[in-house]
Design a protein around this ligand. Structure first.
Ligand code: DGL
Length: 289
């Protein structure tokens, strides 16, 4: 048993989809979430930079005493998974492996589509893992504007649909029966993606699959929170506006996120600012110790 929080991170709000799925399956687990909003989006940036940012954030989570690390970002997972497993004593869960396993067991015709950021698709991480199985053919497509829409809180506009039609057209014509949403921001656009791909294409998303992996690891290593544990969820952002992160989190997730604190990682200097609190009936949450 271990009541310490699970550390989760993403470049921005996308990892909240993973946090939500973990919380749904493991409601007694505390979580410490960091969105690296100062340096997002990760997708278009050189992989070496993404790797450095990610290790800084993970160091910060470990320094704050987490019992497990969840890299809730495909771009970061593609950039530094192996390093992370070597660098930390706590278990590290990432988002690509769980989605790959599910896609493999979901497809019936062996034709799998993968969408993600330019960084994720360019790294070939999904393609390499899926094509280990010679029966599978993979069609990969970068969808860079999807993250822009989500970070702007736009998920249902005609423009989203038009861009989805454009990005997904090659995949529709490739006769894929399974589509991996290889970016943790994309579940927020599932309506548009599913509409464009049609009801016969199964969507596999990293959030629920990763939550199952977290569950498995916690049980397997006897790290579950104790029976009397009360979950505390703490959200931190590296950007210069906690209020902006909070506003977006409310737009996308409802009132689940009640407070955001700004934090500093090695590479950036943040001005000292007061914590932004949302008017909410739930008590303010503090940093976990
Ligand atoms: N949510 C992240 C992912 O899963 C990336 C978004 C970004 O480009 O920062 O890849």
């Amino acid at each position: 048993m271990d009541d310490a929080p699970i550390g989760i991170f993403d470049s921005g709000v996308g990892g909240l989809t993973v946090a939500r799925a973990i919380s749904a399956q493991l409601p007694r687990e505390s979580m410490l979430y960091i969105g690296d909003t100062a340096r997002s989006p990760y997708g278009p940036q050189p992989i070496a930079d993404v790797r450095r940012y990610s290790l800084e954030i993970l160091d910060s989570l470990v320094d704050q005493g987490v019992k497990m690390l969840v890299i809730a970002c495909n771009t970061a997972s593609a950039a530094m998974l192996r390093d992370a497993r070597e660098r930390y004593d706590v278990p590290v869960v990432e988002v690509i492996g769980p989605a790959v396993r599910t896609a493999m067991s979901t497809t019936r015709n062996g034709r799998i589509g993968v969408i993600g950021t330019a960084g994720t698709i360019g790294s070939g991480a999904y393609q390499d893992m899926l094509e280990v199985n010679a029966r599978l053919t993979v069609f990969a497509q970068a969808c860079p504007r999807f993250v822009e829409f989500v970070e702007a809180g736009v998920t249902d506009s005609p423009e989203v649909l038009a861009v989805a039609e454009e990005y997904l057209a090659p995949l529709r014509h490739s006769d894929v029966d399974t589509l991996v949403l290889g970016c943790t921001h994309y579940p927020f656009l599932e309506g548009a993606i599913s509409y464009v791909m049609g009801p016969d294409v199964s969507l596999v998303s990293s959030d629920t699959e990763t939550a199952k992996d977290v569950y498995r690891q916690l049980v397997g290593r006897d790290l579950l929170a104790g029976p009397d544990a009360v979950a505390r969820h703490v959200y931190e952002a590296t950007g210069d506006s906690a209020a902006e992160f909070l506003r977006l989190a409310h737009r996308l997730m409802g009132r689940e996120v009640s407070e955001v604190q700004l934090v500093q990682t090695g590479a950036i200097d943040l001005p000292a600012r007061p914590t932004a609190s949302a008017p909410s009936p739930t008590p303010a949450r503090g940093r976990l110790t």
